[in-house]
Structure formats: C-alpha cells, structure tokens
Design a protein around this ligand. Structure first.
Ligand SMILES: Nc1ncnc2c1ncn2[C@@H]1O[C@H](COP(=O)(O)OP(=O)(O)O)[C@@H](O)[C@H]1O
Ligand code: SF4
Ligand SMILES: [Mg+2]
Length: 306
C-alpha cells in the first residue's frame, strides 16, 4: 500500500509508526471499518490538543461555497481580537487567497523543501522540517508573508502541464499539520481543496476542528454529510457547519433543519453580501462588511466552545 493510504505514514507493517490497524491488508468492507475504528481510537487517545479549544481548524466544503472568503474573514477577526493567526493554503489550484487577505505576494511554497519535488531547489529537506515538533518561530521567513499578527503560508500550486499529481503536497501538508505545535495565543486556519480527497489522504488527522462551509444547494449539504462522516472517521473531535451566501431567514432555517437532521451542529450564518462578491471579482482585499460582522458572531460561538 502506498504512503498516502497508511494513516500513520508507514510504508511497511513492521515500520516503527505502524499501529497494526490492518487497513493496508483489509479486503472486505467489514475489515476496513474495523481498521478505521482502531485508527480512530488511536488518534483520539494520542491527540496533542485540548478537546474543547479550537486551535487547528480546517475549512472544508464544495468548490465555490466560500471557503477562502470565510478563511479571510475569520483570520481578520481572530487577528483583530489579538490572536496570532497562521493561515495555511493547501489548495493546489486557487490562486488568490493572499490577495483576499490583503497581502501583496505569495510566500515561497513549502513543497519546495521536498527533495526532487521542485525545479528551483533540489537540496534535502532542512533540519526544521525534519524535527518532530515545529513551532512558528522555527519556520524560516521566506516561507511566510505577514501583516500585523497574521502569517500566510502555502503548500504550493500545480503550475505547469504534466507537473504531476498533488499527492506529495498532501504529504507535506499532513506532516506539517502533524508536527506544528501552537502556542496558547496562536490559531491555525487551513484552506483545504474542495471535496473529500484530503480526508482520504488523512491530511486533517491532527486538526481539532473541521468547519464545513455550506451554501444553499443540495450538493453542498450532501457533501457536508460526507465530510462530517470522513472527519469523524479520522478522529476529529469537533465538526461544525457555517452557512454561507444565505439569501433569507427562510432559507437559513431550512438549511439548519437539514443539517440538524444529519447531526451536524451549525455555528452560524453569513448572509449573501455584495461587497464581498465585488471585492472577490476585483481581486481586492476583504474589508469591513456585514459578512465580517456575521463572522464575528461565529467566532464568538467558537470561542465559547460551541
Ligand atoms: N457571503 C458571501 N456573499 C456573497 N458572495 C460570496 C460570499 N461568500 C463567498 N462569495 C463569493 O463566492 C465565490 C466563491 O468564493 P470562494 O471563497 O472563492 O469559494 P471557495 O474557496 O470555497 O472556492 C466568490 O466570488 C466569492 O466572492
Ligand atoms: S497496519 Fe495500519 S498503520 Fe500499519 S502499515 Fe498497515 S495501514 Fe499503516
Ligand atoms: Mg478557495
């Protein structure tokens, strides 16, 4: 079995990190379910985070639901509240998150430190990336762009035809998330690619909170159910929905009803907002808006442990 499918990153069953879950040899559905139960138990009992505090958060959902928009708004709100915010872009396609955040350039991608992966750097991974734990102060300056108390990091993008798949970027993201140790006042917000592929690769296995952005569409709600199932399966304790692009109270109540029928708790709603839409069209930073006020309420709920 390949590196990506072993939840512990083992290549062989007799490797050190192997937990004998049996997933790599599972053939029947029952075997796979049994193996994922062992993995979930292991990950839950070895979590490095305090369950009630959301420190490492990934933002997931269908393409175009507003993940990057929400990430920008929540990062701005948290940083205005005095938190040191790290935004990690793991979406290998979207080009504009740094602009939404009001930054003028992207940092050097973390994928460049993978040996043989990049065209501009073929040296072995540096010491800081090989350590068992990484703190923010270990990350060299070239790998982030910052403004006030917000740091933006990127795994990298697929740029050229025939460049290859994004598997090795998922590997960098998973290892980085795993090793990153946050201080009391730090919060990590991760922009995920659309869909559930990252869960299949176990990228989110060390995050404490998965926020699913849900827009008023059948597909978006159906995907929320799938994400909730996947997140639970890899041992994430807290899975919450955030409703976005809501056009009316009536629709908001209908989505909330559907989500509670799926056992997915909602943190709040962001109404459809023209300012947000125009800024995104023009490639401008997201400033003050009613959408940001909506996100302030959502952050309040999150900080209250909801
Ligand atoms: N609350 C909102 N009101 C209006 N437009 C929104 C809102 N949230 C997102 N959008 C728009 O939806 C589009 C997709 O948003 P984006 O954040 O890029 O989605 P994703 O990252 O999930 O692909 C953008 O044009 C953005 O401006
Ligand atoms: S038994 Fe589980 S942990 Fe061990 S190598 Fe196979 S999939 Fe990985
Ligand atoms: Mg995006």
């Amino acid at each position: 079995m390949g590196l990506f499918h072993c939840p512990m990153g083992s290549i062989y069953r007799d490797d050190d990190p192997c937990i004998d879950c049996g997933l790599c040899e599972a053939i029947t559905k029952e075997d796979k379910i049994k193996a994922t139960e062992i993995i979930r138990e292991y990950l839950r009992s070895h979590t490095k985070t305090i369950n009630s505090v959301s420190k490492k958060m990934t933002i997931c959902g269908k393409g175009g639901v507003g993940k990057s928009t929400f990430i920008t708004l929540i990062s701005n709100v948290l940083s205005e509240l005095g938190y040191s915010v790290l935004v990690l872009d793991t979406d290998e396609s979207n080009p504009g998150l740094y602009r939404m955040l009001g930054l003028d350039k992207e940092p050097k991608p973390l994928k460049n430190v993978l040996r043989g992966r990049s065209t501009d750097d073929s040296s072995p991974p540096p010491e800081w990336l090989l350590n068992n734990e990484i703190t923010t102060s270990d990350i060299p300056e070239e790998f982030f762009v910052e403004k006030s108390n917000l740091k933006f990091l990127s795994i990298g993008k697929i740029i050229d035809p025939f460049e290859g798949c994004a598997c090795s970027m998922a590997d960098v993201a998973r290892n980085f998330l795993d090793k990153l140790v946050l201080q009391e006042n730090e919060r990590l917000i991760v922009d995920m690619e659309a869909g559930v592929e990252s869960f299949g690769r176990g990228v989110e296995r060390s995050v404490d909170t998965v926020l699913i952005i849900v827009e008023p569409s059948f597909e978006s709600i159906a995907l929320a159910e799938k994400i909730s199932y996947m997140a639970d399966g890899i041992g994430v304790n807290k899975v919450r929905a955030v409703l976005n692009k809501i056009p009316s109270k009536d629709i908001e109540v209908k989505i909330q009803d559907k989500l509670s029928g799926l056992n997915i708790k909602s943190l709040g709603s962001i109404y459809f907002n023209l300012q947000v839409n125009e800024a995104s069209f023009e490639g401008h930073a997201l400033g003050e808006s009613e959408a940001k006020d909506n996100v302030k309420d959502i952050v309040r709920s999150l900080l209250n442990g909801e």
